[in-house]
Ligand binder design. Structure first.
Ligand code: 16G
Length: 248
């Protein structure tokens, strides 16, 4: 692969630069998460204007090869996480299967008076205790999702004492309370993030989120969790295998 731009080739300079960068990424010379040289450095290195460099970087960002962080620069994009919709798993387990370590920043852990949608989803009365656990889910330093889980079961307020920065909710519930996530109903919707979501997830302007709503049931068919979450639209692909209904 030619590492320099060739003014005699009939291809525009920005396009040639794009191909050089793409090649570095596919060859693995520039690995996911790497901060690539700045516009200024690239323009100096290849002897082209910053405008031309910018055009190449913008297109590579739109194509999902690079990811821009305001005020920092461009990074090689992480691979998208392909999330199967056929099995019921938690975030920690999902990441572990991929050889990644899940982390969380706990933003809220408190007992709340459940709003109407939570009451309906958890099949409770408004007087029953609900614990709200809001976490920014991360892999390394990379925020992946913002999740607000509304939880209800007899000893739920004991959760207020737990440290969820490094602990899996699903594992804790199974081990300590014999609540085994067994079935879930989930909807997924594309949306633009609000400002808080955009800031916490470090999303570039215009980038969408996938809003998930999940009601999770235990082995006895009781709903114990209703989670509203925003997943980074640029990091996730949800995947389901579909078969024709036998009676269709
Ligand atoms: C998943 C679930 C979430 C659950 C969490 C438990 C979705 C949309 N959400 O992220 O409802 O609370 O896993 O993860 O899939 P944990 O066991 O790592 O705490």
């Amino acid at each position: 692969m030619n590492e320099t731009l060739d003014r005699n080739r009939p291809l525009p300079m920005y396009y040639q630069l794009k191909e050089i960068i793409r090649e570095k990424v596919t060859r693995g010379e520039w690995k996911p998460g790497k901060l690539i040289p700045s516009e200024r450095e690239l323009s100096k290195q290849y002897g082209i204007s910053r405008m031309t460099v910018r055009q190449a970087l913008t297109e590579l960002t739109q194509e999902g090869v690079l990811r821009r962080k305001q005020g920092v620069g461009s990074f090689v994009a992480e691979l998208k996480i392909e999330q199967q919709l056929t099995g019921l798993t938690g975030f920690t387990e999902d990441m572990r299967k991929r050889g990644l370590q899940a982390k969380a920043r706990v933003l809220r852990l408190e007992a709340i008076q459940p709003p109407a949608d939570v009451v309906t989803a958890l099949q409770i009365s408004p007087q029953q205790p609900v614990v709200l656990l809001e976490r920014l889910r991360m892999v390394g330093q990379e925020p992946m999702a913002l999740e607000a889980s509304h939880l209800h079961f007899p000893q739920v307020t004991e959760l207020l004492e737990e440290d969820f920065e490094s602990r899996s909710l699903y594992e804790l519930l199974a081990e300590k309370y014999n609540i085994v996530p067994t079935k879930a109903k989930q909807s997924i919707e594309a949306a633009l993030p609000n400002r808080r979501e955009q800031r916490l997830l470090g999303l570039p302007g215009g980038s969408p989120v996938l809003r998930n709503r999940r009601t999770t049931f235990d082995q006895n068919g009781r709903p114990f969790e209703y989670t509203k979450s925003a997943y980074r639209g640029d990091s996730y692909v949800f995947y389901a295998e579909l078969t024709v209904h036998p009676n269709a």
